[in-house]
Design a protein around this ligand. Sequence first.
Ligand code: PHE
Length: 344
Amino acid sequence: MLAKIEELLHEVESMTAANAEELEALRIKYLSKKGAVNALMADFRNVPAEQKKEVGMKLNQLKNLAQERIAALKEAFDNQDTDTEGLDLTRTAYPIGLGTRHPLSIVKNEIIDIFGRMGFTIAEGPEVEDDMHVFTMLNFAADHPARDMQDTFFVESNAEDVTKNIILRTHTSSVQARTMEKTQPPIRVICPGRVYRNEAISYRAHCFFHQIEGLYVDKNVSFTDLKQVLLQFAQEMFGPQTKIRLRPSYFPFTEPSAEMDISCHICGGEGCPFCKHTGWVEILGCGMVDPAVLDACGIDSKIYSGYAFGLGVERITNLKYKVKDLRMFSENDTRFLKEFESAY
Ligand code: PHE
């Protein structure tokens, strides 16, 4: 009997099946009620008592091995795709889903294009900045509220000398300071980039957003030049019927300073809920560069004058595409992003 079991063990070990029918035949041969294993089990009572232990162990081994091998062969069949007839090797691959440009990138590029056509080139600078370029050179007094913890993220703060602070830039005017520091006029740049302000996140404020600031410094630059460039921008961005309005304002680095509104592009200036029935919506800050800033940056304010303006890309995008919640821009929700698939 032992010899018979050994022989079957060998057989089982090397058994193969070419298809499901052959496999079933093997199962019947070894494991069914009338199969080899059961037959041996039935014979077991005739085994002499002193051999029972050894034979019993071998018999169990055979049964387990047969079960394992058959299960393994079955699994191999299940995983195999045997249906090759329907396979069309000439078929084109699945279309690859194209990504979409982010709405802020679309609008940023459009703004850069508009100013690019008016002769502005791009200047860039670091997001982690020193106080000098963000505040001091731009005429912020040491105790100006914009240096307050409320607005600024500090990387390294120096209690004795605030001008030594390292911060996250709160506006890209820092890039204007850097540009004036290393180039003499004529200067005509726009500075796109991300800025940071320590604000509670809500539908209308975020701790970071994107700006494009412009700077033009040359001989005889006047407020009229600024106004004309901004009118041109507004009409290219929001349509030729767009009107602009400048309201006096205050920025430490410009004098005089103004805030610019455009006629509400939804109601055409008639008044609607969007413009809170005023007919106007605010889009940017601007002004003539304060002579103290030119001097601090190494440009002779007796020879040169300049204008600067700064706008928020999110604000323009909200106006253009009526996005009501600022947070949408940074949540990576593809349902939102896909809406801009055809926008560029
Ligand atoms: N830097 C200002 C801001 O961040 C915008 C601005 C730029 C205003 C240039 C006037 C001139 O709000």
